[in-house]
Design a protein around this ligand. Structure first.
Ligand code: LFR
Length: 476
């Protein structure tokens, strides 16, 4: 009599995981079933995603899950946002999906016939030069034949849902909002913007919401993996939407900080905040589960530490890992170095040591020279941004924020949590680490009528998680 298991496919910009979740004794338990690397590949000189490899890895992961659990009830998929594939009317991809960190959209935003303010008024989405709208504009410009050939635009989780079901051909709402083409008030494609940009309207699919069913697992895939043709549920398929769903937020005074490749700092609201002030601060209004909004800001996150690790290991004989970087940052003698994480130098930084040195030199800080000094420049840059953004959020909300919930892999970094508490002078609550998998799993349980609301989801997650508290200490 094994408990029912829900499988979360939680795929990020550096790794993909299959996490199994099951309910027992009033708690939700999670187990990692399978993990694989998800590294960009170069195709036609562009930084791309290896979608075929992702499909292959997911099939292996399904096999691993079926050999471990007898009672798998459903699957839900969440991935990073923005990226997509265009397909023809026979579902053949027109290109390999391109990674948002590719530089093909440099200079593109300036070419659009619509001023950014008009986009913002309607969509509430923050400016980032790699938002889907700019990527699409660049693709159609480079490949005019797409105007005839493109029949479907599917975001990465939509593509995976199609792969799993063989039938689903929809755009999931939360990930579609990252395109900068979804109207924040109608929660649907903004036809006026699409027309003004000259994109073929047919490529934009019907919107499916989190909590609906995308389809059933393909029969052949079910047979191959030994899993029944179970439902594939549409969850908050943007990983950040699943992560926010999975945070035990307590009140309107609670902010969240999701620490993954990106640091996403924000609040949850019932309606969008689209004002001249939020535009100035470039705060976004992405769509959340249960019709909420994710008012937040993207700050380049642990990507910077990952690049530092890669870069350092290339040039040194002693291979280092994250604990070594943290220790080096703690021991650094010169601690004043600070970078601007969202500076264009750091968006796709394959030579981050040089980039940090160059940034500090040209900003008259001197030149950092040791692993600890590079790392402290990143920590200072990140936490300085966190405290700025908390002030911006308080200004648009018009009330103070009391606590910051830190979740995701980076929330295990005690140094990051404590500096964040000190600099913001707010209480930091860290955990759960796996908030996106938990949010994904709980939305599946909601779709299967095992949970009935967002507050019930969060209560269950609170019961199930171990949280740590960091009180702010006074800094000098
Ligand atoms: C986080 C995330 C962010 C999105 C960025 C690129 O994994 O999904 O929310 O802005 O990746 O898609």
């Amino acid at each position: 009599n094994q408990p029912k298991v829900n499988l979360a496919f939680d795929i990020g910009a550096s790794s993909g995981r299959i996490i199994a979740g099951f309910y027992q004794n009033n708690k939700i338990h999670t187990e990692e079933v399978y993990r694989f690397k998800n590294e960009p590949i170069i195709v036609n000189n562009k930084r791309c995603w290896d979608l075929k490899e992702i499909y292959h890895q997911l099939t292996l992961g399904l096999k691993a899950a079926s050999s471990r659990y007898r009672n798998i009830a459903s699957i839900g998929v969440d991935t990073w946002g923005l990226d997509y594939c265009l397909l023809d009317d026979e579902m053949n991809p027109l290109h390999t999906p391109i990674n948002y960190r590719d530089d093909r959209t440099e200079g593109i935003p300036e070419e659009l016939p619509i001023p950014f303010e008009s986009f913002y008024d309607k969509t509430g989405i923050q400016f980032m030069r790699f938002n889907t709208v700019y990527q699409l504009y660049s693709d159609f410009k480079e490949n005019p034949d797409y105007y005839q050939k493109a029949a479907h635009l599917l975001f990465i989780p939509d593509l995976i849902n199609h792969f799993l079901t063989g039938s689903s051909l929809m755009n999931e709402y939360t990930v579609a909002t990252t395109s900068q083409l979804i109207n924040a008030y109608t929660k649907n494609w903004d036809d006026e913007l699409i027309e003004q940009l000259g994109f073929p309207k047919r490529i934009f699919k019907d919107i499916i919401s989190p909590g609906e069913t995308a389809g059933l697992l393909r029969h052949d895939l079910a047979e191959e993996t030994g899993i029944k043709p179970i439902p594939v549920i549409s969850v908050g398929s943007h990983d950040t939407a699943s992560a926010v769903a999975g945070i035990p937020l307590r009140s309107k005074e609670s902010a969240y900080l999701i620490c993954g490749s990106w640091s996403l700092i924000g609040i949850e609201t019932e309606s969008p905040i689209i004002t001249p002030e939020s535009l100035t601060y470039n705060l976004t209004n992405e769509g959340g589960v249960f019709n909420t909004f994710r008012v937040l800001k993207n700050i380049n996150g642990t990507y910077l530490l990952q690049q530092l690790k890669k870069c350092y290991n290339k040039s040194s004989h002693d291979a280092i890992d994250f604990p070594d970087i943290i220790q080096a940052a703690k021991d650094a003698v010169n601690r004043h170095f600070i970078i601007e994480p969202n500076h264009s130098l750091f968006m796709s930084s394959d030579h981050i040591i040089n980039d940090i040195r160059e940034y500090c030199r040209s900003n008259k800080q001197g030149i950092p020279n040791t692993l600890g000094e590079y790392a402290i420049a990143i920590y200072n840059g990140l936490t300085n941004e966190f405290s700025q953004q908390i002030k911006h959020l308080e200004a648009v909300l018009n009330h103070p924020i009391e606590t910051i919930h830190m979740v995701g892999g980076g929330s295990q970094d005690q140094l990051l949590c404590q500096i964040t508490a000190d600099l913001t002078q707010k209480k930091v609550i860290s955990g759960p680490v796996e908030s996106s998998a938990l949010g994904n799993i709980c939305m599946q349980m909601y779709a299967l009528n095992q949970l009935s609301s967002l507050s019930e989801i969060r209560q269950l997650i609170l019961n199930s998680s171990h949280l740590n508290v960091y009180e702010p200490t006074l800094t000098t």
